[in-house]
Design a protein around this ligand. Structure first.
Ligand SMILES: Cc1ncc(COP(=O)(O)OP(=O)(O)O)c(N)n1
Ligand SMILES: Cc1nc(C(=O)O)sc1CCOP(=O)(O)O
Ligand SMILES: [Mg+2]
Length: 208
């Protein structure tokens, strides 16, 4: 399995957002550490998810940036994406691994050590751990687990931990100090006035 990038950009497909414009801006400055996760609204059709994934893959290919698909593993397979990400409402991790095969990147959401260990045992190659902070990007999340919660998961597993939920470049030093491998963001890039600068700051914080 190729080494995983430390900056995961999750597509923001809320109304009025342009995830491809953000990706175009970010790729030249962040490609060495970038992973793109295609995440669409639950109300989006499979066709919309498929088309967006193909567009993301076309932008990522010249930079050799891997693309993962959230939830919809059949879209990942149909587009030859590098893998997928699943959480509590999606296919169980072992089933997702069976669908994607042994070589794919498979992320799983974990919020505490016990489920994190179970996800790794079942075949997750990295964990998305959060929410670190309150976020306006997604409704219905449990209260933030903070840096302490991230550290508890890091100490329980031996796969990369990607911290998520309200993360900005300013949070990265503290998160890295827990042993977290990287971060996944929506708003820090999609909502930035200057996504190029925001991406450069994130990459610097993740690699310095
Ligand atoms: C890197 C990363 N971590 C966590 C999630 C959340 O996944 P999930 O819990 O399945 O929720 P949805 O994103 O599907 O709403 C993620 N997507 N990526
Ligand atoms: C999609 C998602 N999943 C989360 C989780 O904790 O499971 S937090 C989140 C949203 C991340 O967006 P932002 O960087 O704008 O906070
Ligand atoms: Mg999910």
């Amino acid at each position: 399995m190729p080494s995983l990038g430390r900056l995961h950009l999750i597509t923001d497909t809320r109304p009025g957002r342009d995830p491809l414009a953000v990706l175009r801006a970010v790729l030249p400055v962040a490609h060495t550490e970038l992973v793109v996760q295609v995440r669409v609204e639950d109300t989006a059709t499979d066709r919309q998810a498929y088309e967006l994934t193909r567009q993301v893959l076309a932008l990522c290919a010249p930079y050799q940036v891997p693309c993962l698909v959230n939830d919809r593993l059949h879209v990942a397979l149909a587009t030859d994406a590098a893998g997928g990400h699943v959480g509590a409402d999606d296919l169980p991790v072992a089933a997702a691994r069976k669908v994607l095969g042994p070589a794919a990147v498979l992320g799983a959401t974990a919020r505490e050590p016990a489920s994190a260990l179970a996800a790794v045992t079942a075949g997750a190659s990295y964990l998305g751990v959060g929410p670190c902070r309150v976020t306006a990007t997604k409704d219905g999340l449990p209260p933030p687990i903070g840096v302490t919660g991230v550290r508890a998961v890091v100490e329980a597993v031996d796969v990369p931990v990607i911290a998520i939920g309200g993360v900005t470049a300013a949070d990265v030093p503290e998160l890295r100090a827990t042993g977290a491998y990287g971060v996944a963001v929506v708003g820090a890039l999609s909502g930035a006035t200057d996504p190029v600068r925001a991406a450069a700051e994130l990459v610097r914080a993740l690699t310095c």
